[in-house]
Write a protein that binds this ligand. Sequence first.
Ligand SMILES: [Zn+2]
Length: 70
Amino acid sequence: MDVFDKAQEIDAQFTRQAIEAALPPKAAGESAEICSWCDRVIPEKRREAMPGCQLCAECQEIKERLPGGR
Ligand SMILES: [Zn+2]
């Protein structure tokens, strides 16, 4: 019954991935310590001033200039 076990395992993995994909990337209000664009450390002052920020000041500025960016 190895094939069946493997199928169940894969099924569980897909279910888990589907759940993770359905969840928001990160809860609002939780700031990232590392910029998700350039991998630089986001200063703590910035994280406190901007709850939920995921980018450093420089990347945030670039992002805001992009069309359709928030
Ligand atoms: Zn950055």
